[in-house]
Design a protein around this ligand. Structure first.
Ligand SMILES: Cc1cc2nc3c(=O)[nH]c(=O)nc-3n(C[C@H](O)[C@H](O)[C@H](O)COP(=O)(O)O)c2cc1C
Length: 165
């Protein structure tokens, strides 16, 4: 798709739903979170990834400030690191160290990728939209996911490059 190898995108989407992936943002220090949700497709003639991030996350502030993030897809069993990563916030903690993960500087954006993983995507946000409860037409969704009104922001990001490392 538009310069990004289909096999990489297929691996991204299958790991996203199966095990979750790592999302890295910021650089002083870089922070890492896990995500199980996302979508890719073509918008505005660009290959794009749509990342939903709840407004309470430390990563939300970092992505909102820098408009960049990296996705790292594990090619080996990293369930322990994923589990540790999804249960703490990096607001007051070096999550790379806490999860025994290793950051490597990205090639095109000013953050890092998780070098333990094997497959990486560098993304630049071009548009965001903040969810509002009043526009959720399937009424089971707010009951299940947004009782606390901690809505997602959908970050639409151009996939600048994808590579194995
Ligand atoms: C199954 C699962 C899926 C998750 N997916 C998302 C997601 O799509 N968006 C999100 O904001 N948080 C998601 N999280 C929660 C974050 O991974 C978690 O809160 C993380 O610690 C946030 O880190 P931060 O505060 O350092 O950014 C998920 C957690 C689990 C257990």
């Amino acid at each position: 798709m538009l310069g990004i190898k289909d096999e990489y995108l297929q691996e991204l989407m299958s790991k996203l739903s199966a095990t979750g992936i790592f999302v890295v943002s910021g650089n002083n220090p870089a922070n890492v979170m896990t995500s199980h949700w996302g979508a890719y497709g073509t918008f505005w003639g660009k290959p794009m990834f749509v990342l939903p991030v709840r407004q309470s996350r430390h990563s939300h502030g970092l992505i909102d400030a820098a408009h960049e993030f990296a996705l790292s897809v594990a090619r080996k069993d990293m369930s322990q690191a994923i589990h540790r990563c999804e249960h703490v916030s990096g607001r007051n903690l070096d999550k790379f160290a806490y999860c025994h993960l290793h950051p490597t500087p990205c090639r095109k954006i000013n953050t890092s990728y998780v070098s333990d993983c094997g497959l990486h995507f560098e993304c630049r946000v071009v548009f965001k939209t903040v969810m509002e409860g009043a526009q959720l037409f399937d009424l089971k969704i707010p009951d299940r996911y947004y009782k606390d009104k901690n809505y997602h922001t959908m970050f639409f990001a151009e996939i600048l490059t994808a590579y194995e490392d």
